[in-house]
Design a protein around this ligand. Structure first.
Ligand SMILES: [Zn+2]
Length: 80
């Protein structure tokens, strides 16, 4: 797992937002970090388990830091 700290702060990019997606094939939930960018970007993400495309995007934002959301064995589930 790589952690890349951002050296530039605050000037080029907007705030980060956590967004959630679910694989349409095997229903594994994923979360990603969305951040606005000054230039248009496009990308896609496919399920690491079944290789089904989960999400494609084009726009002035980027989605990164994709992680499968492993459900915790706790009594109360967080609201999404
Ligand atoms: Zn899948």
């Amino acid at each position: 797992m790589k952690l890349r700290p951002q050296i530039r702060s605050g000037v080029m990019s907007g705030p980060r937002v956590i967004v959630y997606f679910v694989c349409p094939s095997c229903h594994v939930p994923y979360r990603a970090t969305e951040q606005q960018r000054p230039e248009q970007l496009s990308g896609s993400f496919e399920c690491v388990d079944c290789r089904t495309p989960v999400h494609k995007w084009t726009g002035f934002y980027d989605l990164f830091n994709w992680q499968a959301v492993r459900l915790q064995p706790v009594a109360s589930r967080p609201k999404i």
